[in-house]
Design a protein around this ligand. Structure first.
Ligand SMILES: Cc1cc2nc3c(=O)[nH]c(=O)nc-3n(C[C@H](O)[C@H](O)[C@H](O)COP(=O)(O)OP(=O)(O)OC[C@H]3O[C@@H](n4cnc5c(N)ncnc54)[C@H](O)[C@@H]3O)c2cc1C
Length: 147
């Protein structure tokens, strides 16, 4: 469904394509080198290269990107990925359309993404007896003595 929507919106889909190398120029990621399913080597350059290549992203390594979402909540990874993709699309649209400087909109994206991650509480921490007791104590009408 997502792939169909992306293609309908103008994205070019290349299934079975493998990125073998990240191309950098003067310390900046500017493209990729990869292999088609038929074994041909292809080089692509772009103004913006998005590392949507998962937890062990080679784009992030090449860009020396700062780590984020290092304490993900169980079963929330896909929600987080959609949220961040949405924020990034907004920032790129602002920059490409000229409504803002691209570097400013991307800096704002990073700030919003990191702020969203900062609110994450690990499940084990949330359900720790001390934390549950604190929540119960804080509920309206709870007496200082508990119960
Ligand atoms: C076992 C397991 C269970 C999980 N269960 C849940 C769950 O129940 N709910 C939940 O929300 N999250 C779950 N997650 C986490 C969730 O899968 C991830 O957080 C989410 O998929 C991250 O999305 P992403 O787009 O960043 O990366 P990914 O979904 O990992 O997508 C990255 C894509 O890049 C491609 N790629 C990488 N390197 C290359 C390359 N060199 N060339 C070409 N393509 C490349 C990969 O093939 C992949 O398709 C689970 C994860 C695991 C491992």
């Amino acid at each position: 469904m997502l792939i169909d929507a992306a293609v309908e919106s103008g994205a070019e889909l290349r299934e079975g394509f493998y990125v073998s190398e990240i191309v950098t120029e003067e310390g900046r990621v500017t493209g990729i080198r990869g292999r088609t399913p038929g074994g041909n080597t292809v080089v692509e350059k772009a103004r913006i290269v998005i590392g949507a290549d998962g937890n062990h992203s080679s784009v992030a390594v090449a860009a020396d990107a700062s780590r984020y979402n290092t304490r993900p909540s169980t079963a929330q990874g896909i929600t987080d990925a959609f949220r961040d993709a949405d924020l990034l699309c907004e920032a790129l649209d602002e920059g490409f359309s000229g409504r803002r400087e691209l570097k400013d909109s991307l800096a704002d994206y990073q700030r919003r993404r990191d702020a969203a991650d900062a609110g994450t509480v690990l499940m084990a921490e949330f359900f720790a007896p001390g934390n549950l007791a604190r929540i119960v104590q804080a509920r309206p009408g709870a007496s200082a003595g508990g119960a």
